[in-house]
Design a protein around this ligand. Sequence first.
Ligand code: ADP
Ligand code: ADP
Length: 229
Amino acid sequence: MITLDGVRKVYPGPVVALDGIDLSIPAGEIHGIVGQSGAGKSTLIRCLTALEKPSEGHIWVDGQDLSALGPKELRIARRSIGMVFQGGNLLDARTAGQNIAYPLKVAGLDRGHRRERVQELLDLVGLGDRGNSYPSQLSGGQRQRIAIARALAARPAVLLCDEPTSALDTQTTDQILTLIKDVRDQTGVTVVIITHEMSVVRDTCDSVTLLEKGRVVQSGNVGEIVADT
Ligand code: ADP
Ligand code: ADP
């Protein structure tokens, strides 16, 4: 579902943020990308969403080579990638329902179908009766559930989660990670979780890549890798 082949990213300086990344994530897996601050995790995620272009190498997402696409094709390809950020990133002036509806509006879905899909997504994340609440009226965990619903709205093939639980307490973290697993089980979406917490990987991921200074130091099955860290 996701393949990186020799991906290098060099910023002016020069700073080598990614130094030849090879990586393959099969459809339906939950894959963790772990590394200390500065390891290259954000750069990797920006390359996966094509916000950043690799200096060298190729990235395939859902069968498409991102580097071969023009601006218009990229906009369409981005719809098959859902994003969840630390803290949720919801629009405060919009209700939970309107936040979830936004990507559907952009995709041109009519009002009736939007309403139907939004309700389905609210139910999926366990907040069926909170569609009319504003983000300020929701807890941190609830806001993150809405952010996950919004990311899934356009039925993406890939869900990228950037530090999805780092603003949450332990109990809420467990609930959000359980939700991510349930969502994968129900929809078959491929999930990438960027984190600096090994516990998140241990509890949630099928496979993991450890990044250090822009390089893959270990990659594989969680059982094998967590055992020797
Ligand atoms: P992480 O997300 O793991 O903390 P980053 O991808 O943010 O790592 O950063 C990797 C390296 O690239 C760091 O050395 C960082 O300083 C550098 N870097 C990131 N973004 C830029 C940029 N826009 N310009 C120059 N250097 C950058
Ligand atoms: P409106 O359509 O009300 O004028 P927007 O154009 O911003 O406002 O879109 C809001 C969309 O959000 C609605 O079309 C509907 O699909 C969705 N929506 C908002 N709140 C809810 C809710 N509580 N339950 C279901 N859908 C909702």
